[in-house]
Design a protein around this ligand. Sequence first.
Ligand code: SAM
Length: 426
Amino acid sequence: MSEANEIKMGRAVTNAVDNESSPRHRWYPIKEGFSPTLVSDSLKELDESQRKSALAIEPFSGSGTAPVECTRLGVDCLGLEVNPFLAFVGRTKLRQADPEMLRCNRERVLLGLRNPVVSPLEDHSTFCEGNGKDKWLFNRNVLRTFTGGWNAIAECSSTHRDFLRLALVRATMENCNAYPDGKCLRYKRLKNYSCFNAASVIAKFEHYCDQIEEDLAAQPFTQVLSRVECMDARKLKNFEENRRFDFCVTSPPYLNSFDYSDVYRPELFLTGAVTNNQELMQIRLRTVRSHVQADWTAPVQNSFGVHYAKIIADLQTRREKLWTNRILDMVQAYFEDMESLLTTLGQRANPNALLKIAVGTSAYGGVVVPVDFILAEIAEKVGWELKDVQVVRRIRSSAQNWKHQNDDKRVPELRESLIVLRYPKY
Ligand SMILES: C[S@@+](CC[C@H](N)C(=O)[O-])C[C@H]1O[C@@H](n2cnc3c(N)ncnc32)[C@H](O)[C@@H]1O
């Protein structure tokens, strides 16, 4: 394992450090994203001839950081993303339109925003106030303003709709009474939420439209062959794409029991990607098994190398100290999913293809799971050549995963690493 000279306790390229300020990426940055710099720096590791015709793949596209950065640097990228809202975000960031025309269409949406419309979400769960609720996600005037604008976008030209939708969802989420915080939505600490209203949605919408227009003019994307497919990366085996890839920088869901599809519940409902909890559950079941709430099928394989064997034995001895008895299954299922994906990626790789996996370690019941080492071992087993495991960041672990059973009250340090691989193993 190599350690970069300066290992940070703070944020590193495995985090969305500069996404808020980078053109296109800033249209909808996400907390669990990585930095475009990780992608651009890694592309420099391809040799000249490889780069000329390189195809990149990103099985966990998220907000589209890799597809967008590859495209900016002239490399086609196939992105896969299971969450329909995030797939939409990634796709929209790859689109091009005339900024002047976008501005004309914006005016239509502003008319819609100024004419609020009753939202079908007003009676759904905790989306809106009423029925004695003491907390709700959106004030009624915010939801109605959103709906007025959303309906107006349907009247705009098809080339411009997605940009306007993205700006409107972002504006509405900034006017949400809660924000994503790790595995859940947390209510903002405010005396009251009256600062979120029609006027504040409109102001934010204008702001994000300005940003998009500015970036479309300053960083136009022409002849984009990159795309983002909304699909389960574990089904890549059956996916029709004749070309093999040369480059992949990716970050799978961490083994941290977070279910991000739940965190994106507001966006999924606002955009109509789901209309009820059953549909949301279908998305959750298509995600990598890194969480415990969804009732996924139990794993069957359990041979993932010596690091895995050791931590599974440790976890078993502490079974009754784990906060849910599904942790053991989840750990096994996670590596089963990742082994299957690493195998398929190998089958779809060109000789000397570069694969970098950004991942964090986890802790359960006092046992640190060295996800980076285990994935490195699995990758070698399925034919990849391990070049390095680079530690890029140290993190304090969540006390929840440690406090029940530690003998010495010490909270372990976790890390984020980059696993560097080439295909095949010679
Ligand atoms: C750590 S995030 C990736 C963030 C991305 N690198 C970025 O910069 O925005 C992991 C992503 O994997 C997605 N995901 C989880 N399971 C998946 C699956 N089976 N197939 C495709 N995507 C999946 C999640 O929805 C999430 O967006």
